[in-house]
Design a protein around this ligand. Structure first.
Ligand code: CP3
Length: 357
């Protein structure tokens, strides 16, 4: 037994029985919430990440305001490259930027090996504080970017349309790319293990840019490293969620990493993926984030479609297929959570009872 008041999310990750489908929202602590923007007015984004009191405070906001079944620690995937010695800046409206992108062998040799308890102590402090403030209400999720997704930002220096620079690297200097990916694999495994030691109950690996690679390249430059991270991580029962956005060619490959849960984007039919996997992993997803621009009736019918597609039984964590968009009405996010809570119990009625009625 866990000492959590609500452990639906963790039970669903382990495909154990639940009375309804748990729900949380990727990027749930963010700009769509006026309460987040109020804090953000006084502190820039990185200061918020590095001030445990502020990070913990915004981590709890969606639990209080929206009623989600899990909290995710407020931070960013790019704190790892920063800890390795890169210069991270967040630009209003333009996203993250590194002024010293990694392009040459010299740049690679300058990347430091991190000690998460020293170099990212502020994250561990935020985790402990958020855990304390949650006081067992819901589980806390920790996260990291995948080595491949981190590499794209480190090499491009910023977000990109065509990913030309990182693709030039993998096609012209594959061994250099693998050298960086190996360093990142070590860093991510250490970082996620430390977060677990600090108190997170589950972790999610975001491979936001896995989908820009061909199946072969995905296996060579992303998948094998995620599998290695999962095998290296020090954990007890804490589930690992692997979200590889846009990588929909073979869910069995994704499951072969050893992840307990696969996160799905909205371009796949979650029921079909469930059929293919036959219970190998739990599934998380997968409502189109833009559905939250619609009216409540439409949100409700789209929530029901996802629940019906997954069908009866355990092992489903409701989520969006990617992060919540910053201009969504908070009341629509709350409506989504309420609809999942209200509509999902009928998908969890025990089989023996079901048959008799
Ligand atoms: O889910 C949560 O609530 C936890 C917080 C979280 C953030 N970033 C906060 C954030 C998480 C899980 C992330 C992960 C992250 N960061 C990813 C992977 C997830 C995904 O969405 O694919 C990526 C690719 C990043 C890198 C990053 N950080 C980008 C591209 C941006 C700019 C995005 C934008 O909309 O401006 C950020 C900044 C960022 N990270 C914000 C937040 C709340 C906005 C910062 C602000 O307040 O101005």
């Amino acid at each position: 037994m866990s000492n959590l008041q609500n452990d639906l999310f963790l039970r669903a990750c382990r495909r154990e029985e639940t009375e309804r489908t748990p729900v949380w929202i990727m990027r749930q602590a963010g700009r769509y919430l006026p309460q987040y923007r109020m804090i953000r007015e006084k502190a820039d984004f990185l200061t918020m990440c590095k001030t445990p009191e502020l990070a913990a405070q915004v981590t709890l906001q969606p639990v209080d305001i929206i009623g989600v079944d899990a909290a995710i620690i407020f931070s960013d995937i790019l704190v790892i490259p920063e800890a390795m010695g890169m210069n991270l800046e967040m630009h209003e409206g333009k996203g993250p930027m590194f002024h010293n992108p990694v392009r040459t062998r010299d740049d690679v040799s300058r990347l430091k090996r991190i000690d998460p308890w020293k170099d990212l102590k502020y994250v561990m402090d935020a985790v402990s504080l958020a855990k304390k403030e949650l006081n067992g209400r819901v589980p806390l999720i920790g996260f990291s970017g995948s080595p491949w997704t981190l590499l794209t930002y480190m090499v491009e220096g910023k977000g990109s349309k065509n990913f030309s620079i990182v693709k030039k690297l993998i096609y012209n200097y594959p061994s250099l790319a693998h050298e960086i990916l190996n360093k990142l694999t070590e860093a991510v495994a250490d970082y996620l293990s430390a977060k677990i030691e600090a108190g997170v109950n589950a972790v999610q690996i975001f491979d936001t840019w896995g989908g820009i690679l061909s199946p072969n390249d995905f296996e060579e430059f992303s998948l094998q490293y995620v599998a290695k991270i999962i095998s290296l991580m020090k954990r007890k029962k804490e589930p690992v969620i692997f979200f590889a956005k846009g990588v929909n060619y073979d869910p069995t490959k994704l499951a072969s990493t050893g992840a307990d849960v696969l996160g799905l984007d909205w371009t796949v039919d979650i029921g079909k993926v469930r059929n293919i996997l036959q219970g190998k992993t739990a599934l998380q997803g997968n409502l189109d984030p833009a559905v939250l621009y619609a009216n409540k009736e439409k949100i409700k019918s789209e929530v029901i479609k996802v629940l019906e597609s997954y069908g009866c039984g355990n092992g489903h964590i409701f989520n969006l297929g990617h992060g919540i968009l910053p201009d969504v009405e908070p009341e629509n996010a709350k409506a989504l959570v309420d609809f999942v809570k209200k509509e999902s119990p009928r998908f969890h009625v025990k089989e023996s009872l079901n048959k008799g009625t």
